[in-house]
Design a protein around this ligand. Structure first.
Ligand code: PEP
Ligand code: MG
Length: 549
């Protein structure tokens, strides 16, 4: 059975399953720790600190200081006198050591979580993790997972310390049924290049999967339980070709992205969070072509402040070290709902208040984002991109807002880069059709084929019943793409593509032949696309084949 989730790190795995939660439960029953509650707490704390020190040292050797420092933070939290006082006063009130630790870490976490500071919010997650580590000592769960054969580990979520203590030689894939892309374990999974998926909304975790084979397809984001013989043999072939292909791609690192006949284009990457920048660099992305900034808003409980956003954008720009970073402004709406934006329920949200339309209704929110972006602009090579444009009015609106932000920063003597390019996404048929006019007002275009296809074909991109009708390679779309690229070039501006179609091997020859300037895809596809490009001779590409039925 196929269960859909989201991808944390790409790859395939076929192996027997180990269900981690069940392992915890059986251990919980069998352990009885002696001593009074204060002694139990002291014992748990000493053991956890010892294990954090060991984890720090082993992670330092394998993944470096950056990743290892998390365990230093855990150690400091376990040693923290405020934490100790809270646990002791909970015990004084009659709580067991386990309850006292759990409640103390929850109390501290709540006090961190309400602060409008992303660093403290992360500490709120960390202190819960530290509490769990102490409790696990008392439950006799040493959190060691012994793997003796290739294994797919399935769990609700996983503490990063458990992952790091594991002998990962046999760990083939990780499924975090309730986990998410921004957790520490997700960051470590990416660093370890471990095929991982998360957020399987309709999957019921059960011990009955343990010991049985499964398939993790972290290329399309699926867990296949109880696979048929046919699925097993199909995925064995897929895994084999995927591994040989990814291995052979390394030789393209550092090489230019150029066709056989010498036509150069840039291969950028799409990201949704600063956590992905490591992978951009590892896969030799030449820049970031789409940074979906709305994920910052989606991850916040309230409007993220200017300072928070400034620091976030600055970090990405600095990490990219002078390479271009195109940050797309708020693309909230449709399937990306954020409660604090207070958007009334809509009959057709994909055709409703979205992106720039929200910015016009809530100009202060847009102003705050633009200020944060311009303040960050001096720390790297920033470009700004506005989504969902359908009119020149909207362009005038954001241009005025940009002027206002620059004037205010100048008045306040806050430095910014005056040469930041401001472009728009071409992702509505209206924008593509009037791209000749739009090109006179902006610095660049980026074609968003996911929405351009949705709106051109009048097909909800999320509706599985329309999978056959939602043909992103429809020749009507190809015509709009060519028209947009031609109009951009006529006006002397560049045109890129950041929708999913940009990494489609069938469409790449067409894109190269119409001289698109840049394509942007997730980092896992950069080298693959560079390799494909090297085999394309644009002189032999029949462009009409794509434009006519
Ligand atoms: C697109 O529409 O093609 C695009 C890149 O934006 P998103 O998928 O985030 O809507
Ligand atoms: Mg879009």
């Amino acid at each position: 059975m196929k269960n859909k989730g989201r991808i944390i790190f790409e790859g395939y795995a076929i192996a027997d399953v180990l269900v981690y939660e069940e392992l915890n439960k059986s251990r919980q029953k069998s352990f009885d720790q002696g001593g009074n509650e204060y002694e139990k707490f002291d014992y748990a704390r000493r053991s956890a600190i010892k294990s954090f020190i060991e984890l720090y040292e082993s992670t330092l050797k394998t993944l470096g200081e950056d990743k290892a420092s998390l365990f230093q933070t855990y150690r400091l939290m376990a040693e923290d006198p405020d934490f100790e006082d809270l646990v002791r006063s909970n015990i004084e009130e009659g709580q067991s050591a386990i309850d006292a630790i759990t409640n103390a870490s929850k109390q501290l976490s709540d006090s961190f979580a309400i602060l409008d500071d992303e660093y403290m919010k992360q500490r709120a997650v960390d202190v819960i993790e530290v509490g769990k580590n102490l409790v696990n000592v008392l439950l006799g769960n040493n959190q060691l997972i012994h793997l003796t054969k290739p294994t797919i580990l399935i769990c609700e979520d996983l503490a990063v310390s458990v992952l790091m203590k594991m002998d990962r030689k046999f760990l083939k894939a990780l499924v975090l049924v309730k986990g998410n892309e921004n957790s520490h374990v997700a960051i470590f999974a990416r660093t370890l290049e471990l095929p991982t998926i998360c957020g399987l909304d309709y999957f019921q975790l059960s011990s009955s999967y343990g010991g049985k084979p499964a398939i993790v397809d972290a290329v399309t984001g699926c867990l296949i339980t109880n696979p048929t013989d046919e699925e097993l043999s199909q995925y064995k072939k897929l895994e084999k070709s995927y591994l040989s292909e990814t291995g052979s791609l390394k030789k393209y690192i550092g090489k230019p992205s150029v066709t056989k006949d010498g036509h150069k284009l840039k291969i950028y990457t799409n990201i949704a969070s600063a956590l992905e920048v490591d992978n951009v660099k590892k896969n030799d992305g030449e820049g970031i072509g789409l940074f979906r900034s709305e994920f910052i808003y989606l991850a916040s409980k309230n409007y993220p402040s200017e300072d928070f956003q400034f620091n976030y954008y600055r970090e990405v720009l600095e990490e990219m070290n002078g390479k271009e970073v195109i940050i797309r402004t708020i693309d909230i709406g449709a399937d990306k709902k954020v409660p604090y934006f207070n958007i009334e329920p809509e009959e057709n949200p994909a055709l409703g208040l979205r992106s720039i339309r929200i910015c016009r209704k809530q100009p202060k929110v847009f102003y705050t984002q633009l200020r944060a972006l311009y303040r960050a602009s001096v720390y790297g090579h920033l470009s700004i991109m506005i989504p969902m444009i359908v009119s020149i009015d909207e362009v005038n609106f954001f241009q005025d807002m940009v002027k206002q932000v620059k004037a205010d920063l100048k008045k306040e003597k806050i430095p910014f880069d005056d040469k930041v390019k401001v472009g728009i996404m071409i992702e509505t048929p209206a924008a593509a059709i009037m791209s000749d006019d739009l090109a006179k007002h902006v610095d660049f275009f980026s074609i968003g084929t996911n929405d351009l296809s949705q709106y051109t074909l009048a097909c909800d991109r999320l509706n599985p019943a329309l999978r056959d009708t939602f043909n992103k390679k429809h020749y009507a779309i190809m015509r709009l793409i060519k028209m947009t690229v031609d109009n951009a070039h006529k006006a002397g501006i560049t045109c890129s593509m950041c929708g999913e179609l940009a990494r489609d091997p069938e469409i790449l020859p067409f894109l190269a032949a119409i001289h698109i300037d840049e394509i942007s895809c997730s980092s896992a596809y950069v080298l693959k696309t560079r390799k494909l490009l090297a085999d394309i001779d644009t002189k032999t590409v029949d462009v009409n084949k794509y434009l006519l039925k």
